[in-house]
Write a protein that binds this ligand. Structure first.
Ligand SMILES: Cc1ncc(COP(=O)(O)O)c(C=O)c1O
Length: 440
């Protein structure tokens, strides 16, 4: 099946002038507009930001404008944010520009500026996540960040690590591999069914903890079922018992408002190339200040330094990873600028709005079983459903080949909407799904 579509199938896109009338009240705001597409300088950014604060941000036309920041193929619907996200123009340009600059001059002298650009990214990311700069390491992805914690914590035979059984392999199998060397025990917490309350989940975790438990490691939002864990409450429960807490934030980093100090975890990981909309192969490792010294490094490279120097560097000690992609690292800060233009709470609200509409629609399709809970306390942007007795893999494949809808085959069929999706796309996905299940 050819999923190329002809031009006349394209939806009408509001003209810039019409669009602006929709949210700022007219042509007065026109000069601001190009800034959002190519905003690079601080001046342009602040002009755009101030126009957005007065915007009618709940209108679909606003989100259409946001969508125009991305280069997604026309008529294709990207619903795979849990895995990989596109980056907006601003971020892509930053990556292209710095890569170009680097390829034109790889001298030490030209590259000297990258230290300052890394620190700029760190400063912006720290402010965005409610942490201090010393608590932030910009690593390569969630996998690496998780493994740094698994390998870095000092554990001994007889200790116990309690993990959520839906954890990603990097926060799951990685514990087994380490335990095989050291001799500690890995205990898994399972949810037997879709949870109905936060208290129900807390109870299961509470009963798994023992006097031997040294670490509690879970996933903020599961990538396999979409269930959202009560992270703040779990952190509190663990802290009262002196247990180290590691949270895999791959599915919440920039999807949900996350103030890490308020959340109370000891460490948190995330990938820039997922919900954060940032450069590929950049990631976040946050470690609470008091815990940094006790985490051993997995990689020791140039810049490690002596004991005093290392301890003064805070979480930067986890960044001695050899040659980095400086363009990606510096674009992390640019991504924060982009997200701040829209606002984290507005982004979370939009993701939740799209996810709710999606769940609502799929639940009406005969045979569809929603795996992800529907309430906001128990779910976020990851939506998993399954058609019992049907070939879910084929459903997922057909959605892409026939309709250009990119989900994932995780746990059945998984859809993860983000700010580059529109309500019209959600409707189109539900109609396509209803059609596909009759065909496969
Ligand atoms: C919960 C979770 N943790 C970790 C990862 C690994 O992310 P990355 O491949 O960016 O390291 C994923 C990937 O989907 C994930 O869903």
């Amino acid at each position: 099946m050819n999923h190329q579509v002809s031009q006349n199938q394209f939806l009408p896109t509001p003209t810039r002038r019409n669009f602006l009338k929709g949210f700022t009240g007219g042509a007065a705001a026109l000069p601001v507009f190009p800034g959002l597409f190519r905003a690079e300088s601080g001046d342009e950014l602040s002009r755009v930001a101030s126009s957005l604060t007065t915007a009618d941000t709940v209108s679909e036309s606003f989100w259409q404008l946001v969508k125009e920041q991305f280069t997604i193929k026309p008529r294709f619907i990207m619903l795979n944010a849990a895995n990989l996200c596109p980056s907006p123009h601003m971020v892509r340009e930053r990556v292209f520009r710095i890569t170009d600059d680097l390829d034109s001059d790889v001298s030490f002298q030209n590259r000297a500026k990258f230290d300052a650009l890394l620190e700029e990214s760190r400063r912006k990311l720290a402010a965005f996540m409610g942490a201090t700069e010393d608590e932030i390491a910009i690593v390569r992805n969630t996998s690496e960040a998780n493994n740094m914690i698994v390998k870095g914590l000092e554990l001994k035979a007889g200790d116990e690590v309690v993990i959520f059984d839906q954890n990603h392999p990097t926060n799951n199998v990685a514990w087994d591999v380490r335990a095989a060397r050291i001799g500690f025990t890995v205990k898994r917490v399972s949810l037997q069914r879709s949870p109905e309350s936060v208290e129900e989940m807390l109870k299961i975790f509470r009963s798994a903890i023992s006097a031997k438990t040294r670490v509690l490691a879970w996933t903020d939002v599961s990538n396999t079922t979409g269930v959202k864990l009560p992270t703040r409450e779990l952190c509190r429960m663990a802290r009262e018992r002196g247990i180290y807490t590691h949270v895999d934030g791959a599915q919440t980093f920039a999807a949900l408002s996350r103030n890490l100090h308020e959340l109370g975890c000891d460490s948190y990981s995330g990938s820039a190339h997922k919900w954060f909309l940032g450069p590929k192969e950049a990631g976040l490792l946050y470690i609470r200040q008091e815990r940094i010294a006790e985490i051993w490094p997995s990689v020791v490279g140039v810049g490690w330094g002596n004991k005093a120097e290392t301890s003064a560097r805070g979480a930067r000690k986890f960044e001695t990873l050899g040659q980095r992609d400086d363009a990606a690292v510096s674009a992390v800060g640019t991504t924060v600028d982009f997200l701040n233009l829209i606002g984290q709470s507005r982004i979370e609200a939009r993701i939740r709005q799209l996810a709710a509409a999606l769940k609502d629609g799929v639940m009406k399709i005969p045979g569809a079983k929603l795996i992800t809970p529907t309430t906001p306390e128990l779910s976020a942007g990851v939506c998993v459903l399954r058609f019992e007795g049907m070939n879910n893999q084929k459903i997922y494949e057909t959605l892409y080949t026939k309709h250009g809808i990119a989900g994932a085959p995780t746990g059945g069929v998984r859809f993860c909407p983000h700010i580059y999706n529109t309500m019209e796309e959600i409707d189109r996905t539900i109609s396509a799904l209803a059609q596909v299940i009759k065909e496969v």
